[in-house]
Design a protein around this ligand. Structure first.
Ligand SMILES: [Zn+2]
Ligand SMILES: [Zn+2]
Length: 624
């Protein structure tokens, strides 16, 4: 049958990171395949509009036999009896020469190959043969019948370059297999090559090597020798990981996903039920509250996966109270445990980052030890993420949570967890914040309600204070405190803000949003002061470097009685974000407006709903 397929992609093309010079690929799960058919004779179909019956036109463009006489309806209802279709006698109801099509949305894996000679694959027979061999190899890797997958080729032109062929492998039943191709790239070509090596040494193609059950291509179109020229030994050798990246020996391969995705895949698709996450670095370099490790651990634990967070022994000894609280509350989850090891595991030139335990285990490693630091950038590295299936490392020493939880010197100290309790309009957040804390912490309540105690000094220390939203929240929290105690008990000459000049790493790429960074931090400083000034407060921004700001986020209130309320926030005021229910435009903020005063005013008056993040934030309060 003359079937034409047309393909359309949604989503961006990208090159395979692991195949930088020899191939390009893209994968979509919203691929659009349009099957179009002009009937066995290529002259189209005759179609009855009344009942939907369609028959191929004859080679001479004449009406098929069925329609030359009265025909039965396509679907005959019992009550119709033997009656002919009403369309039979009416010429205009029988449309002639129709091209039929049907379309499906499915996964498509598109691959372009550059040959050893450095030119894109342009030979049709080689392309078709490779399509069949790669399809068969992929089915084998995934563990499904080859009939689940279809393959095809497509001629493409990029700019003014000569035409080349894309190889397409797609799901025949939209089962989502083709999008998994990326995971098997490492072995795909080697396995395809095996399919091309015919055990009976046939001339071009035979059922022993590449049989296209699909009949998509004529047997004459297939030529394993043409395909073998492309998948030559040298070409395949180019695919091998350079030795320096073979952290796990010869079975090492590049992990094409981010670590969290890869682990998630192992857990949800491959049945792993136990995961180890490795950390390193000194507590001063840690930032537990914002670390993606924490979120990943909770997410996995929520799926009933047991999670072991492995830390260096020496770091545990030097933890401050806030970190002890955070770790202890992580380990309060029945599926999360903590353990320690003497030193991080080396794997070849790399560092062990995570393991999914099993026989064998799935392991991941990176080139840079800094990626193990238990902070915001955990698992991030410039070098590739390398994975392999191997025996897991021996387990570390299990930490008993109760030894970790800080001994409270003063029983009045309090750890307060906030999740969605304060969600709502930004205006009023400050008052809600202090009322909530007063409810949870007797020490705070005493200070706030003592009519004879005045507030003298306020300071807030936070390394990450870069976005208009953080500034707006800070102004709310400080002015909310003033509203709570009343101006009579407010004797604050200046609000001291200690922060840094720029993010230590990780650019914030958002543009002109409440959650973007100001292009220059000097503008941030001025707008912050203008916003405080607008609500009648004088503030002073003190810029420090990351080491002297410390890794904690601290809000301190000093009272006329000499008492000091110290509040440590694990994620700082940046914990709150714009709520999902805001209209889209609500997130807009013009960072390039040079009117400092008007930027400050609009932040102080900002009307927007805010909400807590996915995980709760923890505050540690004490009064001394
Ligand atoms: Zn009909
Ligand atoms: Zn053969």
């Amino acid at each position: 049958m003359a079937v034409t397929r047309m393909y359309a992609f949604r989503g961006c093309p990208r090159s395979a990171e692991s195949l930088p010079t020899i191939a390009g690929m893209r994968i979509t799960s919203r691929g659009h395949i349009f099957h179009q058919s002009r009937g066995i004779h290529g002259t189209g179909y005759a179609l009855c509009l009344e009942c939907g019956r369609a028959e191929p036109m004859l080679p001479d463009d004449s009406l098929p036999e069925v329609f030359k006489n009265p025909h039965y309806k396509l679907r005959r209802a019992r009550e119709d009896g033997g009656a002919a279709c009403a369309g039979s006698g009416t010429a205009w109801k029988i449309k002639q020469g129709i091209t039929l099509g049907h379309e499906i949305w499915t996964d498509i894996f598109e691959l372009q190959i550059k040959t050893e000679a450095g030119i894109w694959l342009h030979r049709r027979r080689a392309a078709m043969t490779l399509a069949v061999a790669l399809r068969d190899a992929l089915a084998e890797s995934i563990g499904v019948q080859a009939t689940e997958l279809g393959c095809d080729i497509k001629e493409v032109r990029v700019d003014n370059e000569p035409a080349r062929y894309s190889i397409l492998i797609f799901d025949r039943y939209a089962a989502g297999y083709a999008s998994g191709a990326e995971r098997h790239l490492g072995e795909l070509f080697h396995n395809a090559r095996k399919h091309l090596d015919c055990p009976v040494h046939c001339d071009s193609a035979c059922p022993h090597c590449i049989l296209d059950f699909d009949q998509r291509f004529d047997a004459d179109d297939l030529d394993r020798h043409a395909a073998l020229e492309v998948l030559s030994d040298d070409w395949l050798n180019n695919l091998r990981l350079p030795d320096e990246y073979a952290y796990f020996g010869s079975s090492s391969r590049i992990e094409n996903q981010h670590l969290a995705e890869a682990i998630w895949h192992a857990v949800t698709r491959e049945g792993f039920t136990s995961v180890r996450l490795y950390t390193d670095g000194t507590p001063e370099s840690w930032d537990l509250g914002t670390s993606p490790l924490r979120e990943l651990a909770y997410r996995l634990a929520g799926q009933d996966v047991s999670v072991d967070i492995v830390m260096p022994e020496c770091s545990i000894r030097n933890l401050d109270d806030a970190d002890r609280h955070l770790l202890a509350s992580l380990a309060d989850h029945p599926n999360i445990c903590l353990s320690t090891i003497g030193a991080s595991h080396r794997c070849g030139n790399g560092w062990l980052l995570a393991e999914a335990l099993g026989m064998p285990a799935k392991r991941w490693a990176v080139d840079d030890k800094a990626a193990l630091v238990f902070g915001l950038l955990w698992s991030r590295s410039v070098g590739p993420l390398i994975t392999a299936e191997q025996i897991a490392a021996t387990s570390g020493k299990r930490l008993v949570v109760e030894t970790l939880r800080p001994q409270q010197i003063d029983t009045s100290d309090r750890e307060v967890e906030i999740h969605h309790e304060l969600d709502g309009p930004l205006q009023g957040l400050g008052k809600r914040f202090w009322l909530h804390l007063a409810e949870k912490h007797a020490g705070t309540n005493d200070l706030l309600s003592n009519k004879n105690d005045e507030i003298r000094l306020i300071s807030y220390r936070d390394r990450y204070l870069f976005t208009p939203l953080s500034v707006a929240i800070l102004v709310e929290v400080v002015s909310g405190l003033r509203d709570t105690v009343g101006t009579d008990r407010w004797d604050v000459s200046e609000v001291k803000i200690i922060t840094t000049e720029r993010r230590s790493a990780g650019e914030n790429m958002a543009k002109n949003k409440l959650w973007s960074d100001w292009p220059q931090t000097t503008v941030r400083d001025q707008v912050l002061q203008a916003a405080f000034q607008y609500v009648g407060l004088y503030s002073l921004v003190h810029i420090a470097d990351t080491s002297s700001t410390g890794h904690g986020r601290m809000f301190e209130v000093t009272w006329s009685s000499g008492k000091k309320l110290t509040m440590r926030l694990d994620q700082g005021i940046s914990y709150w974000r714009t709520a999902y229910n805001n209209i889209r435009q609500a997130g807009h903020f013009d960072l390039h407006n040079n009117e400092i005063q008007s930027q400050g005013q609009s932040l102080a008056e900002l009307r927007i709903d805010i909400e807590g993040s996915q995980l709760p934030t923890q505050l540690f309060l004490k009064v001394r």
